[in-house]
Structures are given as structure tokens and as C-alpha cells.
Design a protein around this ligand. Structure first.
Ligand code: SAM
Length: 309
């Protein structure tokens, strides 16, 4: 069967498979189809799978699951916030499931968290079917939820944030603007002098072209860009990448003792001071191709995803 990019398929009626590139798909046995709808921006599905529990799918791509959401959200939020002595203001772009917001609010110094999510339907769907992910975060008095385009918000805001975290869908459709140099320039302007910017940047195995392009563009704007990895079973290829960027701080060099102190009272299941350090260690090929600023040959495989997209 011919599979097009990110098209949801249910072969045998009981499987969901994500096929981000030709020649690869990652599938889950579906126990139950819970919800299927369409917002003005995207198709929205919620299914229950044997492995991942309740799973949110947007435009045919798995976004989060009740079983492994903690890995992605801890690794998007804690490396940035634990690099800061006292983060007070945080901007989250995307992340309609609320899992990133919840981890931001776990840091006791945070006084204000703005979340800009394009699609109210994602927030509402997650509140209804996956409430355990946000766990009340949207009701926290420190939170301002803005329904709108994150790129536009960032371009127009006069606020300065200690951390800007981009919890976006893949760089197609409405999320494309969140991977542009103009967006990174707006983030630089809106970031405090010692602040931290982090964006999810896809699978280094299957989406090397996108990762390479994002890293190259970020490096044109920020003096320090440090990629890091986490293993997230629900995302295609499992190994997932993040790009951190700062105006000088080296996230990879934050002393474990400082991280330990900043994590006091925060319960994590994946992130630890040692995991922070380990996450910034990249396989040789990936480190080399990212450092070389290549556009379409970045990745863990010698033949990049660019070949088949
Ligand atoms: N954890 C996920 C991943 O890496 O696959 C991302 C999950 S989160 C639900 C992604 C969110 O980004 C979606 O709810 C989508 O509506 C939102 N989004 C996409 N483009 C956006 C934009 N331009 N501004 C704000 N939010 C956007």
C-alpha cells in the first residue's frame, strides 16, 4: 500500500501507523478509537493503544500519549528551567495538551507562564480525554492562555521571558513559521539576557533535513546552540531531538549539583542531573553533521530522510 506523509492508516482496522517518510512506519495496535474530529487547523484523533494508552494524534502524527508524555515534557522543560537560577517568566508556544505548562509550573520561582496555542480544539480535546497530562495546569493563577499564532505573538510582544519553549507540531502547515529564522530572531529579542530558548526539532533519524535546517538557522541568530536528545517511544524512530539556544550560557555545562538543587521538590521520572548531562552527548555522525551546518544530510543514518520526502 502506498503511504503518504503522515497519513493515518488503520490496516486490518485495528492498527494506527505513522509513516513520516517512505520506507518506514511505526504502528500501534488500537484498542479503541475514542474521538475523531477536525478543527479549522488540523485533524484531531484520540485513540487508545495497547502500548501507549490514550494517544493524541494531529494530522496523522502522534503528539503525546498518557504513557510516555512525561519523557517529552520533562525533557522540553527541565533542562531549560534547571539552567536558570530563578526563572520567573516563561512562554510556551504550542503544547495544547498542557504537559509542558504543568512542568513549567512545578518550578517554584515561576510567577508567570504564558501559553500561546493556535488551536483551542486541541486544548479542549486534551482536557476532555487526557486531563491527566495538564493535571490542572490551565487553572493555575500564574497562567495566561492565549489562543493564537505563536509566531505572531512573539513578533508583537514587548515582554521579556526567562525561558521560551516551543512545543510545536512538525514544521509543516501552521507550525512551519515556528521553524523560521524570523521566528528565531523574534525569540532572541523576547528572551532575557541570560534566558534559554528550547524547541523540539524532530527525529534525528527520520527528519534530519528539518533538524539540520533548524540548527543552521538558530545558529545564525543565537551565539550558543546546543542540541540534545531523548528517547520517546511514541515518536517515530523513538530518538527525538531538541535544540536549545542562549545568548551565552552553555546548557550542557550546568553543574549537576546546581540542577539537583533546582529540582528539589520536583518529582521526575526521566530527567535527572545525570540525564541532563547525558542528553547533550551526541553520536559522532550527528554531532559532525550538525556542527558542519549541513542542510539535508544531518542525521543518524547516512542516507537522510531528505531522500524520500
Ligand atoms: N509534543 C508534540 C510533538 O513534538 O509531537 C507537540 C504537541 S503539541 C499538542 C503541538 C501543538 O502546537 C498543537 O496543539 C498545535 O495546534 C500547536 N501549534 C502548531 N502551530 C502553532 C503556531 N503557529 N502557534 C501556536 N501553536 C501552534
Amino acid at each position: 500500500m502506498e503511504l503518504s506523509t503522515h497519513e493515518p492508516v488503520f490496516p486490518l482496522g485495528r492498527w494506527f501507523a505513522e509513516a513520516p517518510i517512505q520506507g518506514f512506519r511505526q504502528g500501534y495496535h488500537v484498542r479503541r478509537e475514542i474521538y475523531q474530529g477536525r478543527s479549522p487547523y488540523q485533524s484531531i484523533q484520540v485513540i487508545e493503544t495497547d502500548l501507549l494508552g490514550t494517544t493524541l494524534i494531529l494530522e496523522g502524527a502522534v503528539q503525546t500519549s498518557s504513557v510516555d508524555e512525561h519523557i517529552y515534557h520533562e525533557m522540553l522543560v527541565h533542562p531549560a528551567l534547571c539552567a536558570l537560577a530563578a526563572p520567573r517568566t516563561v512562554l510556551v508556544i504550542g503544547g495544547g495538551d498542557g504537559g509542558a505548562l504543568r512542568r513549567v509550573l512545578e518550578h517554584p520561582t515561576v510567577e508567570r507562564a504564558v501559553q500561546v496555542e493556535l488551536d483551542r480544539a486541541v486544548v479542549d480535546t486534551c482536557l476532555k480525554y487526557l486531563p491527566e497530562i495538564s493535571a490542572g495546569a490551565f487553572d493555575d493563577p500564574r497562567v495566561e492562555l492565549v489562543i493564537g499564532d505563536g509566531a505572531r505573538y512573539l513578533a508583537e510582544t514587548n515582554e521579556r521571558f526567562d525561558a521560551i519553549l516551543v512545543d510545536s507540531t512538525d514544521p509543516v502547515g501552521p507550525a512551519e513559521a515556528l521553524f523560521s529564522e524570523a521566528f528565531y530572531r523574534a525569540a532572541f529579542r523576547a528572551l532575557a539576557e541570560d534566558g534559554v530558548f528550547v524547541t523540539q526539532s524532530g527525529s534525528p533519524l527520520l527528519m534530519g533535513a528539518e533538524l539540520g535546517k533548524a540548527a543552521r538557522q538558530l545558529r545564525r541568530v543565537f551565539p550558543v546552540v546546543a542540541p540534545y536528545l531523548a528517547s520517546i517511544p511514541s515518536y517515530p524512530g523513538v530518538i527525538w531531538s531538541f535544540l536549545s539556544a542562549t545568548k551565552g550560557k552553555d546548557l550542557a555545562a550546568v553543574p549537576p549539583a546546581e540542577i539537583e538543587r533546582r529540582l528539589e521538590g520536583i518529582v521526575t521520572r526521566y530527567y535527572t542531573p545525570a540525564m541532563h548531562q547525558a542528553a547533550f552527548v551526541l553520536p559522532a555522525d550527528l554531532a559532525r553533521s550538525l556542527a558542519a551546518g549541513q542542510d539535508d544530510a544531518v542525521g543518524l543514518l547516512p542516507v537522510s530522510a531528505a531522500v524520500s520526502r
